[in-house]
Design a protein around this ligand. Structure first.
Ligand code: SF4
Ligand code: SF4
Length: 313
C-alpha cells in the first residue's frame, strides 16, 4: 500500500497530472478518453496501478525523450504523479533498498502493476551481458528480472525499438543475443500481454498516451507488430507533406534542398507506420523528414533493414 504521505502527494498532484494529460490529449486526438467517467477511472487506476520501469541494453534515450519533452509536465508526471515505483535513472533510491522496494511492490500489486521495459534483453551467456542489480549478494540479470517481473505484471509496455524488436543491440552480429520483450516471453512461455511502443526513441506522446489508455481503457488495440493503432496506424509516405513532390517526380539531391521528396537521399517513409507527420517532434517544432529523412526507427527490422540510412531504399 502507498504511505499516507504518498497518498496525499498523489491527491495534491492529480489535478496537475490530469491537466497535463488533457493538454497532451488535445494534441494527439485522445480527448475522447478524458471525459469525467474515464478521469474517475484513471484516478482510481493511479492508486492501484503502479508502474515499474526497468532498463536493459539501451542508451536511456527513451527515458530522456520522455523527461525532456514538455518540461516540466512529463517529468512531474513521472516523478510525482504516476505511481512510478522504480526507475533506475530518475529514482532517488539505489542499490538493494531500491530493488527490495521494487520486488515488494511487484508482490503487493501482482497481476495489476505495469512493467515498462526499456532496452533489449541479452540472452547469451545466461544473460550475463547485462546485470540489473544485486540482492543478498546475488546478481540479477536483466533476463531474470524481465522474466520474473514479466510473469507477475498485469501488462508490459516495451518502450522503444530495442525492447519492442531488439533494435540497435540486436543489429547484425548481435554477440549478446539481444532480444525483445516479446521474444523473451515467447521463449519462456510467459503470457502477460505486451504492448510495443517502438521508436528510437519513442515519441513521449506515444508513451504517455499508451499509459493513459492502460489506466482508462485497458490494453490498446494493436497492429500485427504489437503497436497501438492509435499511434502507429498510418503510413508516413501516404501522409507526407512531400508526397506532392514524389507524385511529380521531384526529388531532393541534398538535405538542404527543401523542394523535393527525400527518397533519393534515403527516406524509408513508404515502409513506415507512425504518426510523426502530424504529431511532429520537439513540442511540434519539426520532424525527421523536414530536416533529414525517415529512417524507419519504429519498424521491426530497424536498424539493419534501414541501413545505410542515407542510401535510397
Ligand atoms: S519524403 Fe519520404 S515519406 Fe515523404 S513523400 Fe518522399 S519518400 Fe515519402
Ligand atoms: S519520422 Fe521515421 S525515423 Fe523519424 S521518428 Fe518517425 S518513424 Fe522514426
Amino acid at each position: 500500500m502507498l504511505s499516507e504521505k504518498q497518498q496525499n502527494s498523489l491527491t495534491l498532484s492529480r489535478r496537475a497530472f490530469l491537466k497535463g494529460l488533457t493538454g497532451t490529449a488535445a494534441g494527439i486526438g485522445l480527448s475522447q478518453i478524458f471525459n469525467p467517467t474515464l478521469i474517475s477511472a484513471m484516478t482510481k487506476g493511479l492508486e492501484t496501478h503502479p508502474v515499474l520501469w526497468i532498463q536493459g541494453q539501451g542508451c536511456t534515450g527513451c527515458s530522456v525523450s520522455l523527461l525532456n519533452s514538455v518540461e516540466p509536465t512529463i517529468k512531474k508526471i513521472l516523478l510525482e504523479i504516476i505511481s512510478l515505483q522504480y526507475h533506475p535513472t530518475v529514482m532517488a533510491s539505489e542499490g538493494e533498498t531500491a530493488l527490495e522496494n521494487m520486488y515488494r511492490v511487484a508482490k503487493e500489486y501482482k497481476g495489476k502493476f505495469s512493467l515498462a521495459v526499456e532496452g533489449a534483453i541479452p540472452m547469451a551467456a545466461d544473460g550475463k551481458y547485462c546485470i540489473s542489480g544485486e540482492l543478498n549478494h546475488k546478481e540479477i540479470t536483466m533476463l531474470e528480472m524481465t522474466k520474473e517481473l514479466g510473469e507477475m505484471a498485469g501488462s508490459v509496455l516495451a518502450l522503444g525499438t530495442c525492447a519492442s524488436y531488439g533494435g540497435i543491440p540486436a543489429a547484425k552480429g548481435n554477440l549478446t543475443e539481444a532480444t525483445s520483450v516479446s521474444g523473451v516471453f515467447k521463449k519462456f512461455g510467459i503470457k502477460t500481454p505486451v504492448v510495443n511502443i517502438p521508436g528510437c526513441p519513442p515519441h513521449p506522446d506515444w508513451i504517455v498516451g499508451s499509459i493513459a489508455h492502460l489506466l482508462t481503457k485497458g490494453i490498446p488495440e494493436v497492429d500485427e507488430n504489437g503497436r497501438p493503432l492509435l499511434f502507429f496506424g498510418e503510413n508516413i509516405h501516404e501522409n507526407c507533406p512531400y508526397l506532392e513532390y514524389f507524385d511529380q517526380d521531384i526529388f531532393s539531391a541534398t538535405f538542404t534542398q527543401k523542394k523535393g521528396c527525400r527518397m533519393e537521399i534515403g527516406c524509408k517513409g513508404p515502409d513506415v507506420y507512425a504518426d510523426c507527420f502530424k504529431r511532429r517532434w520537439n513540442n511540434g517544432m519539426n520532424w525527421c523528414v523536414e530536416n533529414a529523412v525517415c529512417i524507419g526507427c519504429v519498424e521491426p527490422g530497424f536498424p539493419d533493414a534501414s541501413s545505410p540510412f542515407y542510401e535510397k531504399a
